[in-house]
Design a protein around this ligand. Structure first.
Ligand SMILES: NC(=O)c1ccc[n+]([C@@H]2O[C@H](COP(=O)([O-])OP(=O)(O)OC[C@H]3O[C@@H](n4cnc5c(N)ncnc54)[C@H](OP(=O)(O)O)[C@@H]3O)[C@@H](O)[C@H]2O)c1
Length: 305
């Protein structure tokens, strides 16, 4: 292989949007050995060192996307950039639609015209009614955030026949200390002497974020049948049970974890009781094997030292 600056000729090239975000950092770090990665950011320079970076705002005109994609000519795009804070989306729905829907449409159309396939990162929050684990068919987005993500999925799927949606569960994993996962936030609360208030009636299938990266080679290396895949961890548990498990692994005092029901906090925006996912399709089609929660937390404890 020949290296030109950070770019290695001979590896497939991949453009990751949102490289300065939590998932972007994990994807860039995990994929940089096997792909020539370029990462996009809007306002914060990505901290994963071994990649090229380019500034891109999803509110830009479509021509800007066309120019960037023509110049970089990646063999595939992983579109992870989004307004990903559900509460901020509720507060500013216009911005959420501009970034998550219009931005995804413009990027997907520009990519589709040049013939670059895309992988769109979506969310488990598109499932909100009934009892899980949900397969890919039972979508019912009930919040501004999940509605914009579902709409983004449809924009992307209609732009190119090879486009794929990965619906990711609530994620935890390594971070760069700037954009962090909910587990790091929990750790900070405990370390500063605070209490964690966790739902006993919201079921999730928490996902070790590096498992998203491990789904990518199967998609880039062979023809995959299916366009939408759930990527959820193998354990279905409540937020509270997750907290107790994390307390066991990290040595947090259990009394600092307070169980609450969603109905106990009526001031919050809508929260689903169940977004747990059945990821059998990804296991079968992508040969994908997610990490059990206890193992993921132990990996994190090792990384944190
Ligand atoms: N975290 C989770 O548990 C989770 C679960 C399911 C799905 N997801 C999905 O995974 C993806 C990544 O989430 P995350 O948690 O990593 O989010 P994050 O840490 O908040 O990062 C968001 C990324 O999007 C970029 N971005 C925001 N607005 C933008 C705009 N107008 N134009 C261009 N880039 C923009 C940010 O760039 P700057 O920082 O440079 O401004 C940042 O790189 C999202 O699509 C989210 O919906 C996340």
């Amino acid at each position: 292989m020949i290296r030109y600056g950070n770019r290695t000729v001979g590896k497939p090239s991949i453009l990751i949007t949102g490289a300065s975000g939590f998932l972007g950092y994990v994807l860039c770090s995990s994929l940089a050995d096997d792909y020539a990665v370029t990462g996009t950011y809007r306002s914060n320079s990505p901290s994963c060192g071994s990649i090229e970076t380019v500034q891109l705002d999803l509110e830009d005109d479509e021509d800007v996307f066309t120019e960037i994609l023509s110049r970089l000519s990646p063999s595939r795009i992983i579109h992870a950039a989004a307004l990903a804070d559900a509460d901020k989306c509720e507060e500013n729905p216009e911005l959420a639609w501009r970034v998550n829907v219009d931005g995804s449409r413009k990027l997907a159309r520009a990519a589709g015209r040049i013939g670059i396939p895309m992988i769109y990162i979506s969310t488990d929050l598109v499932y909100s009614v009934g009892t899980g684990p949900f397969d890919e068919s039972r979508v019912n987005p009930a919040m501004v955030y999940s509605q914009t993500k579902r709409s983004g999925e449809m924009q992307v799927l209609s732009a190119h026949p090879d486009n794929i949606v990965l619906r990711c569960a609530l994620m935890y994993g390594p971070d760069d200390g700037r954009r962090i996962s909910f587990v790091r936030r929990m750790d900070w609360v405990i370390r500063s002497g605070g209490m964690l208030t966790l739902f006993t009636d919201q079921y999730r299938t928490p996902l070790w974020a590096q498992d998203v990266a491990s789904a990518i080679p199967a998609i880039t290396q062979r023809t995959v049948s299916g366009h939408i895949f759930n990527l959820g961890g193998p354990d279905r548990l409540t937020r509270y049970d997750f907290g107790l498990l994390a307390a066991e692994v990290f040595g947090w005092p259990e009394y600092r974890i307070r169980p609450v029901r969603i109905a106990d906090l009526p001031h919050l925006a809508f929260r689903s009781h169940d977004c747990s996912m059945d990821s059998g399709l990804a296991r079968r089609e992508l040969g994908w094997e997610p990490t059990p929660v206890r193992r993921g937390l132990e990996l994190l404890r090792k990384l944190w030292g």
